[in-house]
Design a protein around this ligand. Structure first.
Ligand code: HEC
Ligand code: HEC
Ligand code: HEC
Ligand code: HEC
Length: 154
């Protein structure tokens, strides 16, 4: 077999593996999710100030071994028994208020309150346990606004 043919076969082989794995991933949960809920109105007259947050879903659930029901629950807020491949509802199907209520600032049905409570509570705990309560070390879990809402450079 000549070298050219061998190279071609190799490339074809890699391509097959690639297609197969990407199909596989499609039926599971995506590795990364862009959290940008359509419930928030985008500014029409100016460019967004912050980049959408990229959430490493797979890393959180697999590498960090956080169980699905730490984040996904039912209509009463009770843990759900789900596994990879199951469908889930978007947080905003229930946490469907997109403006903070001045009289009830912590209303958990406000989408950002639910996200902040879920994400930041765990991140703070994690950093505290790592001896870094302010989350300043390089590998800290983000707990301050600017670490999750990254400003778009002008
Ligand atoms: C751990 C990451 C994290 C941290 C830290 C965090 N947020 Fe968020 N925030 C989110 C996520 C996730 C959403 C939901 C985004 C979406 O779906 O559009 C959100 C939504 C919001 C929204 C509503 C969305 C919008 O575009 O208007 C505001 C306002 C907001 N955050 C402000 C803050 C402020 C102020 C702080 C600091 C006190 C903060 N956040 C800290 C993750 C974070
Ligand atoms: C650390 C929190 C967290 C963990 C752990 C977690 N998820 Fe999620 N998951 C989310 C968030 C946040 C979203 C985005 C929801 C939205 O858009 O409103 C999401 C979205 C999803 C989606 C829809 C997006 C897609 O790619 O299809 C599925 C399905 C899903 N999760 C399943 C699971 C399963 C199964 C597990 C456990 C193996 C799990 N999740 C673990 C937070 C988590
Ligand atoms: C089917 C509806 C539904 C969906 C979908 C849903 N939630 Fe909730 N969630 C609720 C309800 C209802 C409560 C209030 C429960 C209570 O009052 O104890 C709640 C409570 C919470 C709380 C507060 C829990 C506590 O210990 O105080 C957080 C945080 C939260 N949700 C985050 C999320 C996130 C993140 C998602 C998406 C990954 C999500 N929720 C999806 C209905 C839902
Ligand atoms: C139960 C715990 C837990 C929950 C809930 C959780 N995280 Fe995390 N997250 C972590 C830990 C631990 C790290 C640090 C991982 C590391 O770098 O070793 C982390 C790291 C991150 C990072 C840094 C970059 C990366 O992906 O490693 C981002 C961004 C992030 N989380 C976003 C979120 C958002 C958004 C939510 C809510 C939807 C969330 N997390 C919910 C535990 C959690």
């Amino acid at each position: 077999m000549n070298k050219k043919l061998l190279t071609l076969l190799l490339i074809a082989g890699i391509a097959v593996i690639f297609v197969a794995t990407s199909l596989h991933a499609g039926t599971e949960t995506k590795d990364e999710l862009t959290l940008q809920d359509p419930g928030y109105k985008k500014p029409k007259k100016r460019a967004p100030k912050f980049k959408p947050l990229v959430f490493t879903h797979k890393k959180h659930s697999e590498t960090l071994e956080i169980s699905c029901n730490e984040c996904h629950h039912d209509k009463e807020g009770k843990p759900l028994d789900i596994k990879v491949g199951d469908d889930v509802q978007k947080c905003s199907e229930c946490h469907n208020k997109f403006k903070k209520d001045k009289k009830n600032k912590k209303d958990i049905l406000v989408h950002q309150n639910a996200m902040h409570k879920n994400c930041i509570t765990c991140h703070k705990d994690f950093n505290k346990k790592a001896g870094d309560p302010k989350g300043k070390k390089k590998d800290a879990a983000p707990q301050t606004c600017g670490k999750c809402h990254i400003k778009v450079k002008k």
